[in-house]
Design a protein around this ligand. Structure first.
Ligand code: ADP
Ligand code: ADP
Length: 228
């Protein structure tokens, strides 16, 4: 079973008289329990790939499947529902609310998704424990380190029990050691929760030699060999 299948996807944008191709005939499968890093220079199509995988952008050509189901032609509100139920997003900066504790950030996220159940709080606590924040769940962002704040963002992304986790440059605001710890955490969560995880990163030094890495160049995908 695949969390995500991207099949011969092309995305192009109008550019004056011509077109800019952000993705060219890109195919990529992500199984449940698979951790895949995507790298590539600026302008190579990484954000576009995340937008397509996150159902925020409909490709010009090609097919996108979530959990084996073709979602390419789905209407906007269906895509929004799928995003809430099946996809978690982790950003470069977690954009936490300054006045809320770590636990409240997760409760708020669930509420915005229409979930007001009591079980939510227990679920949030479990997730915070899972990402190593059990002892600081009642602290506000200003009392947390950068690594801890990013962990709150990761726990928040998992609140809806997504099958697909889309992660954009999670380590770029962190020092090397904390960056490595975040990647290790994401890799472990991928296995333990049977997620398909796609991580866009420039930070190849935070990856392990066993990690699967692909490289986008000019909208085209190639397999990358880690040399460290
Ligand atoms: P990356 O994330 O690797 O920097 P992007 O996916 O943002 O790359 O962009 C890939 C290419 O598509 C670039 O040439 C970019 O200028 C172009 N592009 C991206 N989004 C748009 C858009 N909304 N309109 C026009 N061109 C775009
Ligand atoms: P800091 O910026 O405080 O160094 P870290 O990201 O290194 O933040 O760690 C944040 C918290 O997560 C710490 O309390 C640490 O004990 C815990 N932690 C570190 N590594 C892991 C891990 N692999 N899995 C779960 N928890 C971890």
């Amino acid at each position: 079973m695949h969390a995500l299948e991207i099949d011969q996807v092309t995305v192009r944008f109008r550019d004056g008289e011509g077109w800019t191709y952000a993705l060219r005939d890109v195919s990529l499968n992500l199984a449940l329990g698979e951790f895949l890093a995507v790298t590539g220079p600026s302008g190579s199509g990484k954000s576009t790939l995340l937008a397509v995988a996150g159902l925020l952008l409909t490709p010009t050509a090609g097919t996108v499947r979530l959990g084996g189901q073709d979602v390419t032609g789905d209407k906007a509100n269906t895509r929004t529902d799928l995003r809430r139920s099946d996809i978690g997003f982790v950003f470069q900066q977690p954009h936490l609310l300054g006045s809320l504790t770590a636990l409240e950030q997760l409760q708020m996220a669930a509420r915005l998704d229409g979930d007001r159940s009591k079980a939510t709080t227990e679920h949030a606590k479990e997730l915070l424990n899972e990402v190593g924040l059990g002892s600081v769940m009642h602290k506000r962002p200003s009392a947390l380190s950068g690594g801890q704040r990013q962990r709150v963002g990761i726990a928040r992304a998992l609140m809806g029990d997504p099958k697909l986790l889309l992660v954009d440059e999670p380590t770029s605001a962190l020092d090397h050691e904390r960056g490595v710890a975040i990647i290790d955490l994401l890799r472990n969560l991928t296995t333990e929760r049977s997620l398909g995880t796609l991580v866009v990163t420039h930070d190849l030094g935070t990856l392990s030699p066993d990690d699967e890495v692909v490289r986008l160049v000019d909208g085209k995908l190639a397999v990358e060999q880690l040399t460290h």
